[in-house]
Ligand binder design. Sequence first.
Ligand code: NDP
Ligand code: 2IT
Length: 444
Amino acid sequence: MSYVDKVIEDVVKQNPNEPEFHQAVREVLESIRVVVDQNEAQFRRDALLERLVNPERQIKFRVPWIDDNGQVHVNTGYRVQFNSAIGPYKGGLRLHPSVNIGIIKFLGFEQIFKNSLTGLPIGGGKGGSDFDPKGKSDREVMAFCQSFMSELCKYIGANIDVPAGDIGTGAREIGYMYGQYKKLSGLFEGVLTGKGLSYGGSLARTEATGYGLLYLAEEMMKCHGYEMKGKTVTVSGSGNVAIYAIEKTEQMGAIAVTCSDSDGWVYDPDGIDVEALKAIKEQRRERLTEYKKYRPKSEYFAGKGVWSVRTDIALPCATQNELDLEDAKALVEGGVIAVCEGANMPVTAEAIRFLQKSGVYFVPGKAANAGGVATSALEMSQDSGRLAWSFDKVDTKLKEIMVKLYHNIDDAAVRYGFDGNYVVGANIAGFEKVVDAMNAQGIV
Ligand code: NDP
Ligand code: 2IT
């Protein structure tokens, strides 16, 4: 049995009931098979792949908190410190009822290669909890965040592990967590990113993931002879990534016609009104059913459906495995040119294969959504230098990073004879730097 197949088999056996983790490992290892084959004896001897797929450390803890009626609740907190070969662990905290160790491991594993692709010195980690911030009062969210950080603070630090936002963790949650970290440690340091601008945050971090996604998409389209102007774009989700993907789409002269949440989706043929979306989601924390009040000509549909809309570019920006084979067929039927993942692993493995076979340009999340974590690394630089850069400075750097990243994954794919396969290109390019650092540092 080949080394890659053996390690995939072991991962499935040793990590039962973690299908998302298996899916992420399978995608990466199958992509790098060609590199592994060229170095098989050395990699086997050094158990390189076994070291890559086993987190350096995983922490699981109890998070008790009291609701507004005096009732105590207990959630589970996680932090997976996956790989620190190229820098301190870096990655978000997801707060969603679906969170379990397998979800955090898949996200942490992806983060290793994503962070490597940014070209910046950050290792891979991820954390979170099965706590659901939706429908909770600010005081309840604060109680949870303080309890969560009371335990997490033992394991993180500006040069150790630097968490950030993800699903369910936005500016409010980061603020409460930062306050608790500072109180317990006595340190005012860049231990979290995505912080508010008044206490060490970076301009453009809020926008970074969505903007970065569009900078990469624009560069890829340009290289294939297309311009963004006038293109129809469909977006799923209506959170941090989706909102700023829609904003940048419209700034580029393309038209974003959809967005969604976990209850339903909106079709607005005149283009999503991003200010209305921000008012609904960022300020009022409401559901998308409210959107029609701002835009009477738009339509709201309950359930799934964004991918049934004809589009030039599809940007899944909600959650894992939200775009399946049937959705991919509908997109191809409608003449889609490109699919770029704003979320982490939103497109199923079968759907990716179908899109690629159909000649659609497909860019995986670890490349397409790397602008968020790249800008987090820029926030870390500003914090450690006691600096606050202008919006334009950060945004210009973000754009440079995303354009360079696109060419890097394109070149890696070409180098190994997989022209235009950005899944292979991203995984190989991300892997190369991590392996080089792991080899240099010995068996640790
Ligand atoms: P938010 O919490 O801001 O928004 C998430 C959006 O996705 C909401 O519209 C939410 O709807 C929807 N959603 C979440 N879970 C589900 C689900 N199970 N089914 C259907 N819809 C769902 O998160 P972000 O925008 O920050 O994150 C979105 C994706 O992007 C995630 O995959 C995340 O890992 C990834 N990502 C985020 C980065 C960042 O900087 N924030 C960076 C890189 C990747 P509802 O409100 O109804 O739950
Ligand atoms: O998936 C991701 O890259 C994030 N949620 C952002 C991580 C970060 O550290 O900014």
